[in-house]
Design a protein around this ligand. Sequence first.
Ligand code: ATP
Length: 296
Amino acid sequence: MNTMNPSISAEADIRNQGTEISVPEDKPEDTVIEEGKTVGKPFADDPKFKLRNVEVSYGAARAIKNISLDIGRNEVIAFIGPSGCGKSTFLRCLNRMNDSIEICRVKGSLELDDQNIYDSKRDVVELRARVGMVFQKPNPFPKSIYDNVAYGPRIHGLANRKSELDDIVENSLRKAGLWNEAKDRLDATATGMSGGQQQRLCIARAIAVSPEVILMDEPCSALDPIATARVEELIAEMSESYTIVIVTHSMQQAARVSHRTAYFHLGHLVEVNETDKVFTSPEHQLTESYITGRFG
Ligand SMILES: Nc1ncnc2c1ncn2[C@@H]1O[C@H](COP(=O)(O)OP(=O)(O)OP(=O)(O)O)[C@@H](O)[C@H]1O
C-alpha cells in the first residue's frame, strides 16, 4: 500500500483507462477460465462481507459468474480488470444498487455481518446508510454545501438539535478534508465548487450517516491529478474507520490505496491477493497479462 510499483507498466495503466486497446500476440484473453475458481486469497478470517457463489444476470446475459469473496473489516480492496468484466456490477450488489435495474437478477449468498443483504425484509434505505457509495462523477445535490451533508442525517433522524446537526456537518467535512475550504461558505451552492471539492463533498455526504462501508466506483476518473491525490490520501485516512471497496481503471491507484486487489475477467474473479503480490508476482497468467498491458 502507498507504494508506486515499478512492475506496473505506465503504458498499461494508460491503456487500461480506455484510451487504447492493445492486440495481444499470444491472445491471453482466450485463456480458459475455470468457473468459480479464484487463485490467491479470496477469503478472510473475520469478514465484513461474505459473498458466495454470486451470479448476476442482465436478462439472459451473465455478467457475474459464480464469484466467492470475503471482504475484511477495515480493509481497502480494489477491483480491477478490463472494461465490461463486471467490476461495477459486483460492487453494486454490496448495497443493492442493482435493485433499480429491472432486468438484473442476483443469485447466491451475500452477507454483511452474517446477515443476508438480499433478505426480502431488509430495509434497503438502512442498508445504504451502512454501505454508502461514491460515484464516478461527483453528484452533489443542487443545494448548499451544508444541506448536502445534512441531508442524510436529517432523513435518518440522526440529530435532535441544530447544534448536533452542525457538529455532524463539521465532522464529516473535516474527515473528508474539506472543512478549511468550506467552512466560510457553508450556505453557498455545492455545484459552484471545483470537481475535486465536489467529490470530497460527496465523500462527506456518505460519511455523515456513519456508514461502516464505503463503495467507490472510479471516484477519481473525473478528477485532475492533484484532486486525485487528495482523494487517495483521504482513502488512506478513512481506511482506519471504514471498509472501502474501490473500482479503478488505474493500476497505479490500486497499488497506492489498497491492501488487497481483486482481478476480474469476463465476469469471473480470476485472482485476489495482497496488492503488492498482484503487482509484483501475480499467480494467474491473465492477471499478469493485464498488469503488463498485454490487453485492456
Ligand atoms: N444496466 C445494464 N443492463 C444490461 N447490461 C448491463 C447493464 N450494466 C452492465 N451491463 C453489462 O454487464 C457487463 C458488466 O458490466 P460492468 O459495468 O459491471 O463492467 P465493468 O467492469 O464495471 O466495466 P467498466 O470498467 O467499463 O465500467 C457488461 O457486459 C455490461 O454491458
